[in-house]
Design a binder for this molecule. Structure first.
Ligand SMILES: Cc1cc2nc3c(=O)[nH]c(=O)nc-3n(C[C@H](O)[C@H](O)[C@H](O)COP(=O)(O)OP(=O)(O)OC[C@H]3O[C@@H](n4cnc5c(N)ncnc54)[C@H](O)[C@@H]3O)c2cc1C
Length: 531
């Protein structure tokens, strides 16, 4: 007999909800989680300043009306400790912990054709078998260190933001370095700058940032939010990327220059991703529209940063606004007006090595007490690459995806029967929990169907994979985002073999994605071989 009906890898938002749904189907399910607690992203990313850029109330689970009423978010964009408390609250409320095994990193997953099952190996060498394997290992969960010599030689304290210690780290009077200015770097910098003796920011590529405009949720807002949840989630269901923001139907040049400017000023003054997700419909397709918007944002940076030379360094030159993920900030640009903050452009003066006492660039030697690596993740496929997945006839997933991922609906892979991926490559990103809930429901529907009909083997057809993968590729054509190196196009200069752009991300709309998945289920899964 198999040890479990299903094994779920990962106890983040995906894994927790998947466990809840499989239990409801009566399955014996087990979660293996590398960390010591639940929460995934919100368990690992404890760096100072970590918080949402999705509105809190649009991010939480929607599946339980009771949970929605019981939990009160304190801020429009909750900080990480609050989100971690929330996910622990969820785990307790639904009694999830008894089926989660912590400190259990999965190192291998091998398909066993004879028993139509998966054999999972943990880091401690133990083996566990199951019929269905569900990966909930996260789109941004495999941290990457920069490829710089001497990282181990530094004698001070050093941290990767996604492996932040559980104890507080003090910066008062300390000389602190932050390497990296992506979304995480921006959040870290603006927080550390408040107390550090001196903060030196090492920037390779500036990103276009926009104001978050966070604030506490008042009692009246809280009442409105709780009464308005059905409407909030209905709206998220309708929008392109499941955020509360949706593109304006007008084209950038269909309005007068004055109207355009007024609209952008309004968006710049509003909460959250409106300036990115709620802008004119053509800002990520029409080069001229994108250039105009980028010039508007560059103007804002110049207004906010006093030293024109520093402002210029903070303005991206190699990509337009919104073509990479937009970090949302709170007084980020003003940080560079502080006397205790220095910006070092490492595109101009590259880091040569980390030394015992700090960082050496081609131009200078800097001494530090603390180095913070805000160098991000091997995104989308990174967590997959770190597990030895072997399918039918020992086929390695890493080899299968050599030229980029090939999937059916982003959830199944040919040659890897009974394996379903939550938030793997080729699924809709955006406001991620909305996608997660949909994917979990779809996977649960498929497993429920298998249970009801006695099916023990599920595999996608090559035609299914070809048609979905081609569809995903075709959606990327003409998008300015796909002309830029970023984690969204699979490029990570710190990871071997990830120097060329691939299409790892589904760039169509979330409603269109769901429509396609719903249709497949309603038609009885014609692109799956069920037996
Ligand atoms: C700093 C930060 C801020 C973010 N902010 C937002 C936001 O505002 N809005 C938004 O929509 N999204 C945001 N995201 C994206 C975020 O990752 C998703 O919203 C969501 O948390 C993904 O949940 P998940 O359960 O799919 O994956 P994760 O939360 O990444 O959980 C995956 C889990 O799998 C475990 N795991 C991985 N590999 C193994 C293995 N081999 N063995 C055992 N366990 C394993 C990991 O330890 C982890 O606990 C943010 C991401 C980061 C890093």
């Amino acid at each position: 007999m198999l040890d479990h009906d299903a094994i779920i890898i990962g106890a983040g938002i995906s894994g927790l909800y998947q466990l809840h749904r499989l239990r409801a189907l009566g399955l014996r399910a087990r979660v293996f989680e590398a960390g010591t607690g639940v929460g995934g992203t919100w368990y690992w990313n404890r760096y100072p300043g970590a918080r949402f850029d999705s509105e809190s109330y649009s991010y939480g689970y929607s599946f339980s009306p009771e949970l929605l009423q019981e939990w009160s978010w304190s801020e429009h964009f909750a900080p990480q400790p609050e989100t971690l408390r929330y996910l622990n609250f969820v785990a307790d409320k639904f009694d999830l912990r008894r089926d989660i095994q912590f400190r259990s990193r999965v190192t291998a997953a091998h398909w066993q054709e004879g028993t139509r099952s998966w054999e999972i190996t943990l880091e401690d060498g133990s083996k566990h078998t199951c019929r269905f394997l569900i990966t909930a290992i996260g789109p941004l969960s495999a941290p990457t260190m920069p490829k710089i010599e001497g990282v181990e030689s530094f004698r001070g304290q050093s941290f990767h933001t996604a492996r932040w210690p559980h104890e507080p780290v003090g910066f008062e009077g300390k000389r602190v370095a932050v390497i990296g200015t992506g979304a995480t770097g921006v959040q870290t910098i603006q927080e550390v700058a408040k107390t550090a003796g001196h903060l030196t920011v090492f920037q390779r590529t500036p990103n276009w940032c926009a104001p978050l405009h966070n604030g506490p949720i008042t009692e009246e807002e809280q009442r409105e939010i709780k009464a308005g949840y059905p409407e909030i989630f209905r709206r998220c269901d309708e929008t392109f990327a499941c955020f509360l923001h949706t593109p304006d139907p007008r084209g950038t040049f269909e309005v007068t220059p004055e109207e355009r400017l007024a609209f952008w000023e309004k968006l710049y003054g509003e909460r959250g991703f409106g300036i990115w997700q709620g802008n004119f419909r053509d800002i990520l397709i029409d080069r001229q529209a994108n250039a105009e918007l980028s010039a508007f944002i560059a103007g804002k940076i110049r207004q906010r940063v006093k030293d024109p030379a520093v402002a210029d360094k903070l303005i991206p030159k190699n990509h337009g606004f919104g073509t990479r993920r937009v970090p949302l900030e709170t007084r980020y640009y003003e940080v560079y007006n502080q006397p205790n903050v220095t910006l070092v452009d490492i595109a101009e003066t590259p880091i040569e090595r980390i030394t015992e006492s700090g960082i050496r660039t081609s131009a200078a030697e800097y001494a530090f007490d603390i180095i913070i690596y805000a160098t991000g993740f091997d995104a989308l496929t990174g967590a997959f690459d770190r597990i030895d997945f072997r399918g039918v006839d020992g086929l390695r997933l890493r080899d299968k995806w050599q030229e980029g991922p090939q999937t059916y609906l982003g959830m199944l892979v040919e040659g890897f029967p009974n394996m379903m991926m939550l938030m793997g490559p080729h699924t809709a990103l955006g406001n991620i929990p909305r996608s997660i809930e949909y994917l979990v429901d779809w996977v649960s529907g498929l497993i429920g169907h298998a249970q009801a009909t006695g099916i023990t083997r599920i595999e996608t057809t090559p035609e299914g994979v070809a048609s979905w993968t081609d569809h995903v590729k075709s959606l990327g054509v003409g998008l300015l985002t796909n002309e830029v190196d970023s984690w969204m196009t699979g490029v990570n200069r710190n990871v071997e073999g990830k120097q060329t752009r691939i299409i790892a991300r589904y760039s169509g709309s979330a409603p269109a994605y769901r429509e396609r998945c719903d249709a497949a289920a309603a038609a009885g899964y014609p692109e799956l071989r069920l037996g």
